[in-house]
Write a protein that binds this ligand. Sequence first.
Ligand SMILES: C[S@@+](CC[C@H](N)C(=O)[O-])C[C@H]1O[C@@H](n2cnc3c(N)ncnc32)[C@H](O)[C@@H]1O
Length: 227
Amino acid sequence: MRIDVFSLFPQAFDWYRTQVHVRRAQELGHELAVWNYRDYTPLAHLQVDDTPYGGGAGMVLRIDVVCAALEAVFHEPAEGLRERRRVVELTPRGRQLDDGLAAELAQRDLVVLCGRYEGIDERVANLVTDRVSIGPYVLSGGEIAAMALVDAVLRKVEGVISNPQSVVSESHSPELGGATEYPQYTRPAEFRGWAVPEVLLSGDHGAVERWRREQVGRGFAPPRDAC
Ligand SMILES: C[S@@+](CC[C@H](N)C(=O)[O-])C[C@H]1O[C@@H](n2cnc3c(N)ncnc32)[C@H](O)[C@@H]1O
């Protein structure tokens, strides 16, 4: 698949793009490109935003700038992109990202529009298939949200995670009925009096399996002495 992210701060993705599973995705033929709206603005002085009609605080990313960037990259009218791709605007007003939506987004090429400041001009609704939030809180820009979304999507793409089983039965997956995974432990078996559940050391695979099934969906209790 091809993923194109549009942002005013593409350098925010530099670290993410070096991650091993992202590089593996690229080796498998998938693409992740990050574009800067500012590089394609038709306005003087590299302007990309403007004050909101009706007044109010902050600046709004202009729709003509967003269209110019999309059209420069895809060489087709911005309104038509959503016929063959999922085009996602990241916004705290959107549908909340979950495992099911990530799996859906992994089915087609994806365009991700990051906002900044007060967000993108509402007429972006004419370009997108989805408006997605990563949670009920406000970030300063769409870059962190885009990395969360792209990462959740890439984990759904075959071969990107080297051990396919670890993706199939993860927290929130259909395999676990949408519930959270069982807890994981590793060596040492005891540390500062904190012991690993005995069943995991028993070598009894059936008992381990039963214990894990019981733990699914339990989450964890907050420690009693925490503030
Ligand atoms: C400061 S926010 C704009 C908030 C907007 N004025 C509001 O109150 O809904 C700037 C940009 O950050 C991104 N953003 C912030 N919070 C987000 C969230 N929870 N999910 C997805 N994107 C978010 C969006 O791309 C948004 O356009």
